[in-house]
Design a protein around this ligand. Structure first.
Ligand code: GLN
Length: 300
C-alpha cells in the first residue's frame, strides 16, 4: 500500500500545476498550492499515509455531509421534505432554479442551496453540534473552525447571501437568512487534515458504526443516505462522470479536500489545494482515478 500511495501521488502531482487555488474566498488564496497529502484507513483500522496529511485546511463543502448527518439524526428522512436527493447538472453555487415556480426545494444537500436548507434543520446550537460530531468521529478534540476563513466568507459570500435570501423568500427555510448563512459559513470554515477526512470516510463506509446515539434514524439508513447522496451529488455537476471514472461515494471542497468512502472497505482523505474548473482538487481527482483502478475500488 505504501508503494501504491507513493506512486499515485507522483503520477498525479503534475495535475496540481494545471489547477488554481480558490480565490473567491480571499482567505483561501493564501494557502500553499504545493501541499499534497493522502491518508487511507481500512476497515480494520490500519492507516496508510503519504505527504502532507497532517496539514490543516478548511473542510468547505465536505462539511455538507456532516450537516446532512446531523439533520438526519435530528429529523429522520423528513429532512427530504425540505431538500431533495436527486442529481444535478448545475454547479455547486447555482441559484436560478430556486426561483422557478414549480421548484419547491433545493435539488440536493450537496449544492450550497441544499446545504443551507439542510443545516437549517439541525436543532440547537448547530455549529457546536457539528464540531462535537466531527470531534467524536475523528477522536480529534482540537477540531475547530478558522475565524479568519469564516469572516472572509461572511464578508464576501454575495452569491451565498443571495441563495439564503431566495430560500427564505420562497419559504424553503424557516430560519432568518443571515442566521442560516452564519451557520453555513462557520461549518465550511472548520479545519481538518487529510487524516481527519479519512476517519470520517471510514466511519461512513463502515455503516456509521460507533456513535453513542443516532437520534431519529437508524445507522444503516443513515449511512445508505449519505453514501447514495455523495454518489449522486458529491461531485456536483460531474458526479456521473466521476461515478463512471472513479465509482466511489465522495465529496469535495474548495479548500482542496476530497473525502471518499469505499463501502465496507476504506476511507480516503486527500488534500491538494489547486482546483479544476468544476471546483474539485485537480490532483485529488486524478489520485482517485488512479487509486480506483489500482485497488479496484469502484462500487459499480
Ligand atoms: N464555502 C464554500 C462556498 O459556499 C463551499 C463551496 C465548496 O466547497 N464547493 O462557496
Amino acid at each position: 500500500m505504501e508503494k501504491v500511495l507513493e506512486e499515485v501521488l507522483e503520477e498525479n502531482q503534475v495535475l496540481a500545476k494545471h489547477g488554481k487555488v480558490a480565490s473567491y474566498i480571499p482567505a483561501l488564496s493564501k494557502v500553499n498550492p504545493n501541499h499534497l497529502g493522502i491518508c487511507i484507513i481500512d476497515a480494520n483500522g490500519n492507516t496508510y499515509k503519504k505527504g502532507d496529511c497532517e496539514v490543516k485546511f478548511t473542510i468547505q463543502s465536505i462539511s455538507k455531509v456532516i450537516g446532512l448527518m446531523l439533520a438526519l439524526m435530528d429529523n429522520g428522512e423528513k429532512v427530504f421534505e425540505k431538500v431533495g436527493r436527486e442529481g444535478t447538472e448545475d454547479p455547486f453555487n447555482t441559484l436560478y432554479k430556486l426561483d422557478l415556480p414549480y421548484i419547491k426545494k433545493p435539488v440536493n444537500p450537496m449544492i450550497n442551496a441544499g446545504a443551507i436548507a439542510t443545516t437549517a434543520q439541525i436543532k440547537g446550537d448547530k455549529i457546536k453540534r457539528i464540531l462535537e460530531l466531527i470531534r467524536d468521529i475523528t477522536e480529534n478534540l482540537n477540531i475547530d473552525y478558522s475565524r479568519e476563513v469564516y469572516l472572509s466568507e461572511k464578508t464576501t459570500g454575495e452569491k451565498n447571501k443571495a441563495i439564503a435570501h431566495l430560500l427564505r423568500a420562497r419559504g424553503m427555510i424557516d430560519e432568518e437568512p443571515d442566521e442560516a448563512l452564519d451557520h453555513y459559513f462557520k461549518q465550511c470554515s472548520i479545519e481538518v487534515t487529510a487524516c481527519d477526512l479519512a476517519k470520517i470516510a471510514i466511519f461512513i463506509a463502515n455503516g456509521c458504526k460507533g456513535l453513542k446515539s443516532y437520534g431519529e434514524i437508524n445507522r444503516k439508513t443513515l449511512s445508505r443516505n449519505l453514501l447514495a447522496i455523495m454518489t449522486m451529488g458529491g461531485m456536483y455537476n460531474i458526479s456521473g462522470q466521476y461515478a463512471a471514472e472513479v465509482g466511489v461515494p465522495s465529496k469535495s471542497g474548495v479548500g482542496g479536500g476530497i473525502m471518499a468512502a469505499v463501502p465496507g472497505r476504506m476511507g480516503i482523505g486527500i488534500f491538494s489545494p489547486p482546483l479544476d474548473e468544476n471546483g474539485h482538487s485537480a490532483a485529488g481527482y486524478g489520485i482517485m482515478k488512479s487509486l480506483s483502478r489500482r485497488l479496484d475500488l469502484s462500487i459499480f
